[in-house]
Design a protein around this ligand. Sequence first.
Ligand code: C2O
Ligand code: CU
Length: 459
Amino acid sequence: MILTRRRLLAGTAALGACAALPRTARAADGAVTLAAAPARRALVGKGYPETDVWAYGGTVPGPALRFRQGDAARIAFTNDLPEPTTIHWHGLRVPNAMDGVPHLSQTVVPPGGAFHYEFALKDAGTFWYHPHANSAQQLARGLSGAFVVEEREPPRVDRDLLWVLGDWRLDKQARLTDDFGHPMDGSHAGRLGNTPTLNGAIVEEVAVRAGERLRLRLVNTANARVFGLDFQGHAPQVIALDGQPVEPHPVAGRLVLAPGQRADLIVDMAGKPGERFDVVDSFYPRQTYRLTRLAYGAEAPLRDSPLDAPVRLTPNPLPAPDLAAAVRQDVVIEGGAMGRLPNGMRMTPEGPFWALNGEAPMGHDLKPLITVKRGQTVAMQFVNDTAWWHPMHLHGFPFQVLKRNGAPVARAEWRDTELLPPQGTAEIAFVAEEAGDWMLHCHVLEHQEAGMMAVLRVS
Ligand code: C2O
Ligand code: CU
């Protein structure tokens, strides 16, 4: 039973301060050095053994990489894992050779090997990084981190906090269960864990001060868990989704964050000294739990009324889709438990369980599903003909969401990962501005590895 174990495990966990995110090291030439290696981390807290994980920089999540818009990111990566890996810079507009997809844009980094990633930072925002080799297992073991590109003129806030959300499947000794790639996960909702974490720990309370304004950068690094967060007693404003600025607007009900997605929120701490408010995740019916609690310190409020300063972000310089000249492409998702595969394909315990437009690639034989010319606007419609949620992620090109389930969206919204509900549809558009082969896949990684991936070729 999902989360029962977490409650059990959490029962004796220490009162966690918000787990501090580590700083990054720089090589002599100024590049950020980053190594992936096995490590042991206290995920659950006091009274439980440490968990064997795979980690960037020895921590989970990995070090938050911070840069400024317009600068270049240079990352000297070394692989100290027992298997090959790569790094994908999720949501960032990078040249194809830096995109980190084995057999498509680079060769894998073997154990003991190194790779130098370097790219210009065109967009400001909240992004993240993770492996793209044996992804379902490598992410479930702990490999991921936040990647923040600061605006040249950021909005005024008192504190800028990262909340990297994770989800672990642990046994009673806080060990990762080794049922990676289980067909039950592949054909259903993916590897849902039993221990959701905030910055790699169970955080009972986050200390806040009355009157302060926070910028909260949320990143969902889970393999499969969708979060639906309710900030009780507070009225967060959404200022960016998937790193791309949006017209500031209040969270409608709860903030839904699918695997791969991010949100930037402005939260004014409207409570009184000493008060406590729950942050509740209620995405899955009957599995509501408290992710953490905002705990107001005893200090006098920082100010009497909310800060009167603009929160709107400057849009990133994304190319505008030319809808009149767009190439149109449907992407139809089929399969999964309670569904069927097209073209007489059969589900076997090894997969596939899913198909995109009747193709269910397993492994590396990826032929392009779509081929377009560089500079072309692509208008794509996702059709989810399954009983499951699918966060569809496109590499290389943030896309504008035009319609959801046939209805135009309320405000301009750019994303790199669009969550499709069961039987839902979404229409998106983007300019294929960089040449190369780019992945389009479900970010439930067990789905990706069981047929839900395709290639967009830009020539
Ligand atoms: Cu974050 Cu191809 O993925
Ligand atoms: Cu999926």
